[in-house]
Design a protein around this ligand. Structure first.
Ligand code: SF4
Length: 280
C-alpha cells in the first residue's frame, strides 16, 4: 500500500469516529490506525513483515526500525499472526462490531511472495462478520481472492502514481505495472465490488490527474494526497494541484477524499467527508 503515512501504530487501541468500526481495547491485531493512516481506514490488520515491491518512497522500514535491505527482500508472515487474528476477530464478533478492516499498512497484501496469509486473513474476517478492504500494488494477483469479496461489505483499492511503465519501474520497481493494477480495478468493479484508488504519493501532478481521467469509469472513490520527504514536496504547487484535481473530479462526477496534507488548500465551503462507505 501507500507508505506516505506518518504514523503507523501496530498496537493501537485508539478509538475512531466511525460508528460501529471502533477498535476494541486490548485487540492488537485488528486495530485503529493512528495519525494520517487513520484517514485510510478505521480498522486495519497487518499479516506480514517486509514487502517485495521495493518502492523508493516507502518508509515503513524506518517506522518499523527494520533494515531496508531486509524489508525489501520480501514479505514474511508475522509469527502467530493468524491465531492472534482469530482471537481478536472473536472479540469483535462478540461485541457486534462489523467494521471494515484494511490490509495493510506495513506491507502489501498481494506482494510478490507467498500471499496465502492474505486469503486466510480475509476468510477469518468474513467468518467473524467483519468487512475488509485490500489496498495493493499487486494488480491482478488479487484476482485469486475475488470470490471472497462481497459487494455489500468489502472493497478493493489500488495505489497508482502514474500510467507510465518507466515511471512505475523507477519508483515501484517490484510492483505490478500500472496497466495490471488498472485491470484488477476493472475486474473487481465488474464483479460489483466497491473500488477506490489512492493517489498518494503524488509524485507528478500531471500523472495523478491523468490517472483519474483514465480510471474514473470503474473507480468509486479517489483518495488524494501529496508526497512527503522528497524534493517535489517543496517544489510542487499543492494549492494549484488541489484545485485542479477538485475541478476535474467534479467535472467527471467522481467522489474524492482530500487528505489532511492538502486540506489547507480546499476551496471555502468544500465538503470533504472522511468516511465514505466503502461498499455498495
Ligand atoms: S507496496 Fe510495499 S514497498 Fe511499496 S510502499 Fe507499500 S509497503 Fe512499501
Amino acid at each position: 500500500m501507500n507508505r506516505q503515512i506518518a504514523i503507523i501504530e501496530l498496537d493501537a487501541d485508539d478509538q475512531v469516529d466511525d460508528g460501529a468500526a471502533h477498535a476494541i481495547t486490548g485487540c492488537t491485531t485488528i486495530y485503529a490506525p493512528a495519525g494520517q493512516a487513520g484517514e485510510y481506514a478505521p480498522l486495519a490488520t497487518n499479516p506480514y513483515r517486509g514487502c517485495g515491491h521495493g518502492c523508493a518512497y516507502c518508509y515503513v522500514p524506518k517506522v518499523l526500525r527494520m533494515p531496508r535491505a531486509e524489508f525489501d527482500a520480501g514479505a514474511v508472515d508475522r509469527p502467530g499472526y493468524l491465531q492472534k487474528l482469530r482471537n481478536d476477530a472473536k472479540r469483535y464478533k462478540a461485541a457486534g462490531n462489523r467494521g471494515q478492516v484494511m490490509l495493510s499498512f506495513t506491507s502489501d497484501p498481494y506482494h510478490p511472495g507467498d500471499t496465502s496469509a492474505t486469503r486466510s486473513t480475509l476468510e477469518v474476517l468474513r467468518d467473524h462478520g467483519l468487512g475488509f478492504c485490500t489496498l495493493s500494488k499487486g494488480g491482478t494477483r488479487a484476482l485469486r481472492d475475488l470470490d471472497l469479496f462481497r459487494p455489500e461489505r468489502d472493497a478493493y483499492a489500488a495505489t497508482l502514481t502514474s500510467l507510465d511503465d518507466a515511471f512505475s519501474l523507477k519508483w515501484e520497481r517490484g510492483a505490478a505495472l500500472p496497466a495490471d493494477r488498472i485491470e484488477a480495478l476493472r475486474r473487481f468493479h465488474d464483479a460489483g465490488i466497491f473500488t477506490w484508488v489512492s493517489l498518494e504519493p503524488t509524485i507528478d501532478v500531471e500523472a495523478s490527474l491523468a490517472i483519474v481521467r483514465a480510471t474514473h469509469e470503474f473507480v468509486d472513490l479517489f483518495k488524494i494526497g501529496r508526497v512527503n520527504y522528497l524534493p517535489m514536496t517543496r517544489t510542487t504547487d499543492w494549492q494549484s494541484y488541489t484545485h485542479r484535481m477538485i475541478e476535474q473530479c467534479q467535472r467527471l462526477g467522481v467522489a474524492t477524499y482530500i487528505k489532511q496534507d492538502l486540506q489547507a488548500y480546499l476551496p471555502e465551503g468544500y465538503v470533504n467527508p472522511l468516511r465514505v462507505p466503502q461498499h455498495h
